[in-house]
Design a protein around this ligand. Structure first.
Ligand SMILES: [Fe+2]
Ligand SMILES: [Fe+2]
Length: 279
C-alpha cells in the first residue's frame, strides 16, 4: 500500500471515477407508482426472463469486491477508485431489481430452473486475474445493455422502461472502463492471454445462447425476441474485441496500418526538412 500514491489528473480512469461519482442516483428518485402494464401471465414471464440480468448485477457487485485488492497490489490507484463507483452502481441495480420483483409480487427463477445461469456465473467468477475478470464483466455488461435496451424499447413509458434507460447510462461507463483498461494493455499482451480471453468470449456467448434459447418462449410472452438480443450482443462483443485490438486478424491489419502511417509521417517530415534545407 502506498500512503501517498501518484494520482494523475489527466488519467482517463480517474476521469471515469469523477463521472461515476457525479452519476450517482437512487431508486427513490423514481415514481414507483407508475404502472407496469403487465397482466398476470406477462408478469410471471417478465420475472423469469429478468433473472439472468438480476443475477448478473449481483455477480458484478461481488466480483468487484474480489478484484479490488488486485488493483491495489498492482498500484493502480485510479482503477481502485473507479471500481468503488462500479460496485455502488451494481449494488444499486441489484437493489432496484429486488424492488421490482417485490412490486410485481413474483420470484426470480431458481438456479435449478436454469442451470446455464450457474455455469455462466461460475465461468465469470472463476478468474482471479483482473484482465480476465474485466473482459468477462464487459461481456456481461453488454448482455445487460442489450436486455435493458430491449426492455426500454418494449416498455418505453413504464417504470421499468425508465429504470432501464437510467441503468444503461451506468453500464456505458462500465464498458468504457473495461475497454480503456484492456485496450491499454493490448500491445504487451502475450498471445496466450489474448487466446484465453477469446476462448472465454466463446464460452460465455455459447452459454448465453443456451440460456436465451430456454427463455425464448417466455420472452415472447412479453414481446421480446431473445435471438435478436443475442444477435445484437454478438455484434457488440465483436465490435469491442476489434476496438481493443484483441482480434488476431484485425490486430495484424491495425499494426500494418500503423506502420504505414508512421512511414508516411516520416516521409512528410523528410519532405519538410528537404524544403527547409533548400531555403
Ligand atoms: Fe449493472
Ligand atoms: Fe455493469
Amino acid at each position: 500500500m502506498r500512503i501517498y500514491p501518484d494520482l494523475k489528473e489527466n488519467d482517463p480512469i480517474l476521469q471515469l471515477f469523477h463521472k461515476g461519482v457525479k452519476g450517482q442516483w437512487s431508486s427513490n428518485d423514481f415514481d414507483w407508482e407508475l404502472p407496469f402494464h403487465l397482466d398476470e401471465a406477462e408478469a410471471t414471464a417478465f420475472a423469469h426472463i429478468l433473472t439472468p440480468v438480476y443475477l448478473g448485477e449481483q455477480t458484478a457487485m461481488l466480483g468487484a469486491s474480489t478484484i479490488l485488492p488486485h488493483f491495489a497490489e498492482a498500484h493502480e490507484t485510479s482503477a481502485q477508485l473507479y471500481i468503488t463507483t462500479f460496485m455502488l452502481d451494481e449494488a444499486r441495480h441489484f437493489e432496484m431489481l429486488t424492488k421490482v420483483y417485490r412490486l410485481l409480487d413474483r420470484r426470480p427463477l431458481e438456479v435449478r430452473n436454469l442451470r446455464e445461469m450457474f455455469r455462466y456465473h461460475y465461468r465469470l467468477l472463476k478468474s482471479k486475474n483482473r484482465l480476465d475478470w474485466l473482459f468477462g464483466i464487459l461481456i456481461s455488461d453488454l448482455f445487460a445493455k442489450n436486455f435493458y435496451g430491449a426492455f426500454r424499447k418494449t416498455f418505453p413509458h413504464t417504470l421499468f422502461g425508465k429504470l432501464s434507460t437510467r441503468i444503461i447510462l451506468d453500464e456505458a461507463r462500465h464498458q468504457a472502463f473495461a475497454e480503456h483498461y484492456i485496450g491499454a494493455m493490448r500491445d504487451e499482451m502475450p498471445h496466450e492471454v489474448r487466446d484465453r480471453l477469446l476462448s472465454m468470449r466463446d464460452d460465455l456467448l455459447f452459454i448465453m445462447h443456451e440460456m436465451l434459447h430456454k427463455l425464448q418462449d417466455e420472452a415472447g410472452v412479453v414481446g421480446i425476441d431473445g435471438y435478436e438480443i443475442l444477435q445484437e450482443l454478438t455484434h457488440d462483443v465483436e465490435k469491442k474485441v476489434h476496438v481493443m485490438g484483441l482480434d488476431q486478424d484485425e490486430r495484424e491489419a491495425a499494426l500494418r496500418e500503423e506502420e504505414e502511417r508512421e512511414h508516411l509521417a516520416l516521409m512528410a517530415v523528410s519532405d519538410e526538412e528537404i524544403l527547409l534545407s533548400n531555403e
